[in-house]
Structures are given as C-alpha cells and as structure tokens.
Write a protein that binds this ligand. Sequence first.
Ligand code: PMP
Length: 412
Amino acid sequence: ASTWANVEQGPPDAILGITEAYKKDTDPKKINLGVGAYRDDNGKPYVLNAVRKAEQKLLNDKLDKEYLPITGLASFTKEAGKLAFGADFISSNGGNIVISQSISGTGALRIGGSFLGRFYPHAKTIYVPTPTWGNHKAVFSDSGLGVAQYRYFDKNTNGLDFNGMKEDILNAPKNSIILLHACAHNPTGVDPTPAQWDDLSELLKERSHFAFFDMAYQGFASGDIDKDAYAVRKFASDGHQVILCQSFAKNMGLYGERAGAFSLITSNPKEKAAVESQIKILIRPMYSNPPVNGARIASLVLSDPALRSEWLSEVKDMANRIITMREKLQNHLVNDFQSKKSWNHITDQIGMFCFTGLAPDQVTIAPQNTFKAERLTRDFHVYLTKDGRISMAGVTSHNVKYLAEAIHEVTK
Ligand code: PMP
C-alpha cells in the first residue's frame, strides 16, 4: 500500500475557496466580496505610489541579497515599533522591547503563540473573541496553546456585546491570555470605543491577564495611523507587557511581500536580552530568517519623509473609499430600495469588513432551505463567506447599487 493511503482529504480553505468559485462564474455582474485585499474603484488590486517609488529607489541602489539576521532588518523593526507604539514610547521604553521581523501578521501570531506555548508561566490558553479571524484558532492550537472564547459580537444590534465581553474576561481565570484585535476587528468591523478600551485595560490589569494584540489594519480603520493605534498605546502606557503582531499587508498593500513585526514588552534590558535570545531560538528552526524585500520597502516608506507623507495620504484614501462605499450601500438600501431593516451597522462598523447580519437564518427562508448569504451567491453572483461577512474593498461605485438591490431582495 502507498505510504500516504491513510491521509484523508481535508476541507478547502473557507475564504480561498470563494475566490475559486468566483473565478468560474461567467456572469458579468459577479462580485467577489470574499477576499480581504484592497481593490480600487475599478475592482483592481492597487499598488501604492509610495511603494512603487521605494521599489524604484531600492532597484537603483543595486542592493545585495544576503541573509537578514534572524530577527530581520533592524531599520524596519525600529520603524515598525515607532509606528505602533509611538516614537515617544519607543524612545523611553525601547530598551525593554523585543521586536523581531516576522512573516507578515500570521507569522508574528505564530511567533507569539509558540513563545507563550514555551514560556508563559500560567495556563496556556488564549481567549479569542466570538467570532474572530478564521485562522486564529489554527495558529494558536498549532502553536501548542489551548483556545477559548469570549463574547464579542451582538447579533441583535450588529454591534459590540461589551457587557458580555467584560463578563467573560472577568470570569476567565487570573493570568489568562486575551487576544485583542487592535482595530478594525475581522470579521465584524466592530471595535470598542476609546473609553471602552480604557475599561478593558483596567479590567485586564485587575485580573492580571496578558494582552495579546493582533494589529493587521493600522490606518485602515479610520485612515489615521495614530487613531487606530489607540488601544495598543493605551495598554502599553498603562504598563501591560503586551505582545503585538503587526502586518503591513493591508496598510502598505504589501500582501505577498510578507512584511510584519512581532513585539513583546519586557521590564528591563536583561529580560529583553533573554527573551530575544529565545525568540531567535524559536525562529531559527522555523524559517531561519525572514524575507528581505518587503522589509526594505516598508522601512524606506516609513523613514523617508516624502514617501511617508505620500503613504499616509494613500492610507487615508483607501480608508475613505471604503467609508464612502459603506455610506452608498446603506443609502441605496434605505432610500432607493426602501428597505425597512436597519442598516446603521454598515456605517457604524469600520475597516475592511462589514458583518452584514446575513448570517445563516433558516427560519426566514425555510421554503428554499437556503441561507441568505448563499442566495446572494446563487441568485445574484455575489460571493461572500457564509457568516455574512463582506469585504468592503470589493464594493465599487459601479457595483454598489446592484449589491444593495441583491441584499434587499434576500432580506425583504
Ligand atoms: N490578523 C487578522 C485579524 C487578519 O485579518 C489578517 C489578514 N487577513 C492577519 C492577521 C494576517 O495577515 P498577513 O499574514 O497577511 O499579514
């Protein structure tokens, strides 16, 4: 018998499978709202001008292709740290912060998970919000952590279940690890307010919980990198020894370059050196050292004043295009199609995704026994995940009215 005869067929990736189905559809009205990558108003992938210019400069510099150190490009990690925590915090606490380059956000999560799996001195269970990004559970359980959940999304309001969230965090055993989406929560687009973050910081302190931040969308939520860093900076300044995972996939459009950073705050330089040595020991057998190109691009964009300001305005433009599409989608539903439902959550939510509320609901569509989200795909060629999440990046001024009509048809 073959050595692999006992390997069972696994399920396809829930999100990447949607794109495959979309590609096969020949209807000209088809819309792909499954994938979490930014598109311009013509539905095309977008490479930022600041990135193009940085690439040109790097090309002109004729750099070599030597290996980076295990923890990556130092100029990049320094800039990434300043971007997230703020330059002031880094200048006064930088001596205590371990920062390593990572294989984008996912790789940073994996470093964090594995580090905690090896060294966290309390129960090795991480609490993630319900719902959360589909990959979190797999990353953390493959890292050797247990995964538990806390309440987050309120189906009745399509907003935050703040009381449920607080109650579950309060009731978790002391010293629990709590995963927090720093901004633009995926998949719901629902974030705590600054005042609620303040409460959460206090609550985690009270319970001696450990805050683990996933920040994949800094700048993408509001268009303002500082505003989107509120939670991380608040927790850091309140003295939490946070882990932070950063991705430059969305805010710099560097998806396939895999540029990211992992950081961890320690309490003194000796501790920092010890933790850093262990991070290196952990990374070395995983992938030895990280890719150089994306880190060079991001480092240059962040440190060159002209490129940085061009980047900041492009981040703002991307965020604003998404915010405008939210307004148009809501407006078409309410005013053009006279939907009697409340669609306020479309504009209340932020970031790349909108949790439409089109979740499986067999009661209302019992005759066909089909889910609303599935009807959107079957009858209207609109592709989205079954939980009703749509990527606002796939909505354009050309397809927004058609999308509103489709949503109205399956919800009236
Ligand atoms: N965390 C969240 C919440 C995300 O949405 C994503 C991207 N979909 C990531 C992490 C990681 O993405 P990447 O590895 O491409 O940086």
